[in-house]
Design a protein around this ligand. Structure first.
Ligand code: GLC
Length: 747
């Protein structure tokens, strides 16, 4: 009888909501909450737990999976494979399960779907958030056209350790910049209206601190003081939540002894209570049951209990929730209220995505995959992502009378490798390589090709003779080096970061010809270039540039485009120097210009005591924010609007930038601050603004920034955000290490 009364009440609620003028008064979110509540009361405990389960779809999907859907025991699938499979499962969910709650389908659409863009570490080097937003928008259109509702992106883990394979997936070492990209990608993936068929929910990952893995080993321990967590690792996630990000993924790592997927401090106190996040949290793959291996939980039941209490709403692939939550409720260990909260968070996102109104994904009426516009944007983003690290004697761009060009190296024609890590939907046959791009040019140049090596890890020198022959009949050598895609990404950390295989021998061989030697490096991380830098006349760092790597690189080397990329992660000189990053603290004994590597005699006395290595220059090989152009830019006239400001003033910072060279080009002017003394030691530089703009040769531009006290705030050890009066420095320039500076006092 009770059930009948409840059902009647619910039906009346629906009727009431659907037609009364109350509906007009209720805003969309109130309406969604009312609908959620009206479903929740109908759900059995088993159906509620079903919403918390995400399963993967294996190739030979058994009927058992369909039965689970029919029984309302699954809320989501990842990697549906194709639209048909996705819709087949959805039809079962909405048509054959008792309550007809739609499924949500997720996939790793990290840097493109079929049109693959540069890896995020490359995209970040464009310092062009608008372009990155557009790329995410294209990725969403392509992925949603094949039934994807939700991407497990953006990955916004800060990392300062290029040994970690997943630096490829992030935006580098700076929290402010990564936060800007987080917003851009959320807006790209989700669009302006989550109900739009082309919108896909974003997922900020991996929450939290995953990029601080000890020793750069993936999945490894992280020990991060709260102030560092709040000042460095959390800001990008806060930015994502502020931008309306709909989901968060809890990470694998243990954070200060508490696994991220059982961590109430991050998942409830910060994410929910401080940031008011109202989307849902999904664990990373098996991360809940891995809390047993962590030694944080005795068994699956305790893992499920700790995860649901901490605030993980949905379990990815492992089934500790499915197997244990009902028992925990029945034996009184778990309050159903926590399960209800998790269900509501998930249903909220499903409603916002319009899955209840439009559960079946339609194929768009016109093709949205690999369109000319998509490819053109991929080309532009790849072009703006490449960073020119060296260009001796302006050997680039190629100029007349050079018209015989050697194209050599294992990555000159590697369509799969140039797509980089996490490009499961990219297809090699759709990937345009540098060799193909040069060969497609109808110009008066001859392009001669020899791979030299079969892959980046090839140790055999049997291809060297042919490479030498090709080089011998050319006027300049374009040597394509780097890493195969599989050498970076998840579970692919490296202890040695030099070029793998016999690539360095190939460089030596080609350098011996005395011909201009240009190194184009395709890699998923900063590599150690110390031993090869002086053998290359020019170095273009292309990351893994994606589908349009070829046309983009050809444009740059031949001068159709001018490099504008700037590093968002410092390049170490040696693995022993890691971690090396720009926003470090000063210490009580900072190194100085004299600490530039081993000197004869007593290496310590002449240089004094400092935080340095006897046998290595203390500076990074290339600093954060660094990148050359074919032109030159001159900075002058740094001016501050005041030398003292109060807490509610705005400081105007102005500088003049001039294109003093011969090429029209983009420049990214960067603004940093330094808090000279505070209740906590503060970094020697903190990025607080940047502007990217084009200048004609000879053209000057006044660049203006504005700083307020809020830009100077930091979290102290008690987790309090505060601004302290005192002396500050402002730095403006072309990289974190090449700036003009001025000071001001904050009252
Ligand atoms: C992986 C990754 C995560 C990814 C998920 C689904 O283990 O850590 O980033 O989104 O599983 O593929």
């Amino acid at each position: 009888m009770t059930q009948k009364i409840i059902s009647l009440a619910i039906i009346l609620t629906f009727v009431f909501l659907s037609c009364s003028d109350l509906r007009k008064k209720m805003d969309e979110s109130q309406l969604i909450e009312a609908k959620i509540d009206s479903i929740l009361v109908l759900m059995t405990l088993e159906e509620k737990i079903g919403q918390l389960q995400q399963l993967q779809i294996k190739k030979n999907m058994h009927d058992s999976v369909c039965d689970l859907v029919r029984q309302g025991k699954v809320g989501s699938f990842l990697n549906p494979g194709n639209l048909e499979t996705r819709n087949r499962l959805q039809k079962i969910a909405i048509g054959e399960s008792r309550l007809g709650i739609p499924l949500i389908f997720g996939r790793d659409v990290i840097h493109g779907y079929r049109t693959v863009f540069p890896i995020p570490l490359g995209q970040a080097a464009s310092w062009n958030p608008e372009l990155v937003r557009k790329a995410a928008r294209i990725a969403a259109m392509e992925a949603s056209s094949e039934g994807i509702d939700w991407t497990f992106a953006p990955m916004i883990d800060i990392s300062r350790d290029p040994r970690w394979g997943r630096v490829a997936e992030g935006c580098g070492e700076d929290p402010y910049l990564t936060g800007i990209y987080a917003k851009a990608m959320v807006h790209g993936f989700q669009g302006n209206d989550l109900k739009d068929p082309s919108a896909i929910a974003s997922c900020g990952k991996h929450f939290a601190g995953y990029g601080d893995a000890e020793g750069g080993k993936d999945y490894n321990t992280t020990l991060i003081p709260e102030s560092e967590l709040r000042n460095i690792y959390l800001p990008p996630f806060k930015a994502l939540v502020g931008a309306g990000g709909q989901t968060i993924m809890s990470a694998f790592n243990d954070l200060n002894g508490i696994p991220a997927s059982g961590n109430e401090f991050t998942l409830r106190r910060i994410l929910r209570n401080e940031w008011n996040f109202d989307g849902f949290v999904i664990s990373d793959w098996d991360a809940i049951i891995e809390m047993i291996m962590h030694g944080f939980c005795k068994d699956g039941s305790e893992a499920a209990l700790k995860a649901i209490k901490a605030g993980v709403d949905m379990e990815m692939v492992s089934t500790s929730y499915m197997n244990n939550l009902a028992g925990l409720v029945n034996n009184g260990e778990l309050n159903t209220g926590l399960i209800d909260d998790a269900v509501k968070n998930i249903l909220r996102v499903k409603y916002r995505l319009g899955l209840f109104d439009r559960p079946i994904a339609e194929v768009p009426c016109e093709n949205v995959i690999l369109t000319a516009d998509n490819l053109e944007l991929a080309r532009r983003l790849a072009t703006e992502s490449c960073v020119l690290l060296k260009n001796s004697n302006q050997v680039l761009p190629v100029k007349e009378p050079v018209n015989r060009i050697a194209i050599i190296g294992p990555l000159a024609d590697a369509p799969r490798e140039q797509l980089g890590a996490w490009s499961p939907d990219g297809r090699p046959e759709e990937s345009q390589t540098p060799l193909a791009a040069f060969q497609a040019l109808k110009d008066n140049r001859k392009y001669l090709y020899a791979p030299g090596l079969q892959s980046s890890r090839d140790k055999s020198t049997r291809g060297f003779a042919e490479a030498l022959k090709v080089a011998g009949s050319s006027q300049i050598i374009f040597l394509f080096l780097g890493e195969e895609a599989i050498l970076s990404g998840e579970n692919h950390s490296r202890a040695f970061l030099n070029l793998p295989g016999a690539q360095e021998q190939l460089i030596d061989l080609l350098a011996s010809t005395g011909k201009p030697l240009v190194g184009i490096i395709l890699a998923g991380r900063p590599l150690i270039l110390s031993d090869i830098e002086d053998k290359l006349d020019a170095i273009l760092y292309a990351w893994h540039p994606g589908t349009m790597a070829g046309p983009a690189i050809a444009d740059l080397l031949l001068g159709k485009s001018v490099p504008s990329g700037k590093l968002t992660i410092s390049f170490p000189r040696a693995e022993g120097q890691i971690p090396v990053y720009y926003n470090h603290r000063n210490t009580g004994r900072p190194p100085s210009e004299v600490h530039q590597g081993m000197i004869p005699g007593d290496p310590v006395n002449p240089v004094g005591h400092a935080a340095f290595y006897l046998d290595l220059d203390y500076r990074p090989m290339y600093p954060f924010g660094y990148g050359l152009s074919y032109t030159t830019f001159e900075y002058s006239g740094l001016k501050l609007s005041a030398d003292t400001i109060s807490m509610d003033d705005t400081l105007r910072v102005e500088i003049t930038v001039k294109n003093s060279g011969l090429y029209e080009a983009f420049e990214t002017t960067q603004l940093y601050i330094r808090d000279l003394y505070a209740s906590l030691t503060r970094p020697v530089r903190e990025l607080k603004g940047f502007q990217k703009f084009g200048l004609e040769p000879g053209e000057s531009r006044k660049v203006v920034f504005r700083l307020t006290a809020a830009d100077l705030a930091f979290y102290n050890y008690k987790g309090e955000l505060l601004v302290e009066s005192g002396d500050f420095r402002v730095f403006v320039g072309k990289s974190s290490a090449d700036v003009l500076e001025a000071g001001f006092y904050l009252k």
